[in-house]
Design a protein around this ligand. Sequence first.
Ligand SMILES: [Zn+2]
Length: 497
Amino acid sequence: MDGDSNAGRLTEREASAMTGPRAEPVAAGPVSLLVEGTVVTMDPDRRVIADGAVAVAGDRIAAVGKAADLCRRHPEARRIGGARRYVVPGLIDCHNHIAQALCRESTVEDFPNIYRIYIPAEAVQSTDDVRVSAQVAFAQLLRAGVTTMAETTCTEAHEEPIAETVMETGIRCALARGGWDRESRLAGNYEQITEKSWYRDDPAALAEDLARTEEFFARWFDRGGGRLRPWVHNLGVPSCSDQRFLATDELARKWGTGVMTHINRDREEIELAVSLFGRRPLEHLAAVGALTERLVAIHAMLTTDREIDLMASAGAKLAHAPVVCTDIMSAVTRVPLMRARGVTVGLGCDTVINDVLKLMRIAFIMHNQAAMPLFDPYGFSTADAFEMGTIDAARLLLWDDEIGSLEAGKAADITVIDANNVRLTPSTDPVATLVRYGTGTDAESVLVAGELVMHEGRLLTIDEEALLDEAERLGARMIAEMAPRRYVQLGTNVNYL
Ligand SMILES: [Zn+2]
């Protein structure tokens, strides 16, 4: 932890952020709020400030430093947090599907399930249903201290209700609207005597969807004080043409955002790409010029050394959903190697666990154990896991000029963790403690863009009591709708009588 010796350096840094190189001006106006505790900045020096505070002015961080100093300078400001609190950057979820929030149980231990359960489960939801799903998912995320999430929609009718719910609930969102323009079919092993794999692209569907995407960008860009940024979701190589990948990359470049795509996820997808193009999916995107620094590869579990090098040299990013690695029983993504080669990796909740602190622990255990046969305790550390849910996640979303760390001039997205318990206190290294022992329920207060959205355990933007009734109704319907799709029925041991 830092002692008083950092105070001088901090003042310099503040001064440079206020007046120096940052392009975005720091919001004018008085400091209205001080968030106090042990501040885990995640700044370039990874400073941790004991007895620290973050000063908030409008939607910005005005200063980060010692609490005593900031209290003296801003005696009128409201104070939250305090002793035995950790003040961390708002956590970031790099991959999710809102419309799957209430059907996640339907997939437990029943594989494969994406096309059999998840996609049909989205399709049966009306626009009102998806508002309930979005409120549930955002409530779970905000309650867990997650201030930014990346949504990848698959259903056009869901885009507007999800975007509107982002506005209402106060969360920050990279919202990728989905689209596809390719039909394809893999000739399976037993069909290859008579069949060949094939694909057919639909240029008219592409033109129509690109026009819709342009409209979506124009309608939503920078709404809610810049809390919503539109992105593009290309479902994957089996359902999106090369032209779509290239055109959406260009469109995203124009707006300063990016493209998310599910890729190198399962064996069938790899076999399809190899049988159609003689290349693996990520190799194919590189060959056609669509592997760029704006591409977020989702999952990429089945990725070769060659493909990792291609990602690194293109600057493409990885959204890593560690629970889904095991949930779809494909493989464990080669995260330590990707990070070592320079690929930026962020963590994704991907519906099944809307809790980034827990995800950090799962990722730590998953990737740290891979280093055990080499007796390398530094193969994948708690600090690596924490970066993937904060500053690296912000880099992945091309949003690190605003979020991912607590630094003067950035947006005031702040999570206060209650450590007033024997599980989280005492600690000599808050990052290690949070990754190893923290959970989302430890989040006490949450700010997004300077607005308190949760205070001392109470959500301020969502009526949770009313939401629970609606969630139960919709959840029961979703589970009933999906039950016939399961191979093995759930809940056979539950006696409701
Ligand atoms: Zn996904």
